[in-house]
Design a protein around this ligand. Structure first.
Ligand SMILES: NC(=O)c1ccc[n+]([C@@H]2O[C@H](COP(=O)([O-])OP(=O)(O)OC[C@H]3O[C@@H](n4cnc5c(N)ncnc54)[C@H](O)[C@@H]3O)[C@@H](O)[C@H]2O)c1
Length: 345
C-alpha cells in the first residue's frame, strides 16, 4: 500500500488555479508492432484487437501523448451539491485510462481516493501523480487529499474483501463512493473464443463489479451510511460494435448495466444509489495508439459518431462527479451514455 498524503487541515476557499494538464503515468507494455492490428480488407482475424493476444505487442504511449483533462476550476460558482468534500471514493482500475481520469475528477471535486488496481506499481505512480498535480494546481490549499493505492484482482472475492478492509483502515473507516472501471475487452470471432479468456473477461468485468459493489455495500449498510456507486459499462452493452467481433464483451457490459439497475432497487432502502456510465469509444493511451496505427478503423468509428469525434477521457469527468455526488440524489438505476450520440442513431 502507498499512502500519498494524509489529511492536514480543513480547506479554505481556493484563491487561484491554473489550467490543468495531468501527465498520465508512462506505462511500458511489451514493445513493437509486428503486424497491423487492423486492415480494412473485410476480414477480421481472431484476436486481432485483443490486448491479451501474446502475438500483439505495442508500446503504451508516453504521458505527454495523452489528451489533457481540464477539470472545472473550483473558484468558479457551481452548485454546492456537486462538491465531494469529506467523501472517500474507491476507484477500481484507477491506475490508468478512464479510471485514472475519473479519479482525478473526484479528487478535484473534493474527495479522498483509493485507487484499486491489478497493477499495484502503476497505482502507486498514479496516486503520486494525482497528488503532485493537485499541489501544483492548488498551491494555497490548506488541506491535501489523501490518495492511497491498493493492489487487487477484482475478479477474486478474497482479494476484493481484503482490499476493501485495507481501504477502510486507511480512510478512517468510511467509503462513500465506488467507481468500477477495472475491465478489459478482447476481440475474437465467437466460434474461436478461447473459453478461459471468456471466463476471465466475465470474471473481471461482471464478477469484479459485483464483488466490489457487494463488499462496499456491506460496509455502507452496516454503518448506516448512504453512498453512491457508478459502474463503468460501455455502449457495447446496448449496441453491437462494428466491425470488431466481441460478443462476450458486449454481453458482459449489458450485464454490468443491468446489475446496476438491479442493485439500485435492492439497496435503495439503505440509501445506496447505483448507476451506470456507458462510454462510447474513448481515446485512452491504448486506443489512441491503435487508431493512429489504423487510420481506416479511426475513420470507420468516427463516421458512426454524430458528434464526429472519439471521446476524450475528460468527457467522463462531469458524468462521474454528477452521479457520485448529491447533485444526482434522486437518480438511481440509470444508465448515462457518454458516447457522442453513437447509440441514438
Ligand atoms: N476506452 C474505451 O474506449 C472504453 C469504452 C467503453 C467502456 N470502456 C470501459 O471502461 C473501463 C476502463 O477502460 P480503459 O480504456 O480505461 O482501460 P485501461 O486498460 O486503460 O484501464 C483498465 C485498468 O483496469 C485494471 N485492471 C484490469 N484487470 C483488473 C483486475 N482483474 N483487477 C483490478 N484491476 C484490473 C488495469 O490494470 C488498468 O489499470 C473498462 O471497463 C472498459 O471496458 C472503455
Amino acid at each position: 500500500m502507498f499512502r500519498a498524503a494524509s489529511r492536514l487541515r480543513r480547506a479554505r476557499p481556493l484563491q487561484r488555479s491554473r489550467g490543468a494538464i495531468i501527465p498520465m503515468p508512462t506505462i511500458v507494455r511489451s514493445v513493437s508492432t509486428t503486424r497491423p492490428l487492423w486492415k480494412d480488407d473485410g476480414e477480421t482475424k481472431p484476436g486481432q484487437f485483443a490486448r491479451t493476444d501474446p502475438s500483439i505487442n505495442m508500446d503504451y504511449p508516453a504521458g505527454w501523448d495523452l489528451p489533457s483533462s481540464n477539470p472545472v476550476r473550483r473558484y468558479r460558482r457551481t452548485l454546492k451539491s456537486f462538491s465531494l468534500e469529506g467523501k472517500v471514493a474507491v476507484v477500481t482500475g484507477g491506475a490508468r485510462g478512464l479510471g485514472y481520469v475519473m479519479t482525478q475528477a473526484l479528487v478535484e471535486s473534493g474527495a479522498d481516493a483509493a485507487i484499486v488496481d491489478l497493477d499495484g506499481e502503476e497505482a502507486v505512480k498514479s496516486a503520486k501523480n494525482l497528488l503532485e498535480h493537485f499541489k501544483g494546481e492548488n498551491p494555497d490549499a490548506e488541506c491535501l487529499p489523501t490518495i492511497t493505492a491498493h493492489t487487487s484482482d477484482v475478479s477474486s472475492p478474497t482479494s476484493v474483501r481484503s482490499t476493501i478492509s485495507e481501504i477502510l483502515t486507511q480512510h478512517n473507516s468510511h467509503i462513500d463512493i465506488l467507481v468500477t472501471s477495472a475491465g478489459f475487452t478482447e476481440t475474437f470471432k465467437a466460434e474461436d473464443y478461447p473459453h478461459d479468456r471468456m471466463q476471465k473477461l466475465w470474471g473481471v468485468n461482471v464478477d469484479g463489479t459485483y464483488f466490489c459493489a457487494v463488499e462496499v455495500a456491506k460496509h455502507m449498510i452496516e454503518r448506516k451510511r448512504p453512498g453512491s456507486m457508478v459502474f463503468i459499462g460501455s455502449m457495447s452493452g446496448s449496441i453491437v460494435n462494428i466491425p470488431q467481433p466481441q460478443a462476450p464483451y458486449n454481453a458482459a457490459k449489458a450485464a454490468v448495466r443491468h446489475l446496476a439497475s438491479s442493485l439500485a432497487v435492492e439497496w435503495a432502502p439503505h440509501g445506496i444509489r447505483v448507476n451506470c456510465i456507458s462510454p462510447g469509444y474513448m481515446l485512452t493511451a491504448l486506443t489512441r495508439k491503435i487508431l493512429d496505427d489504423n487510420p481506416d478503423l479511426n475513420a470507420k468509428w468516427t463516421s458512426l459518431i454524430p458528434q464526429g469525434r472519439i471521446g476524450n477521457p475528460e468527457d467522463l469527468m462531469g458524468a462521474v462527479v454528477f452521479l457520485a455526488s448529491g447533485a444526482s440524489n434522486y437518480v438511481t438505476g440509470a444508465d448515462l451514455r457518454v458516447d457522442g450520440g453513437y447509440t441514438v442513431t
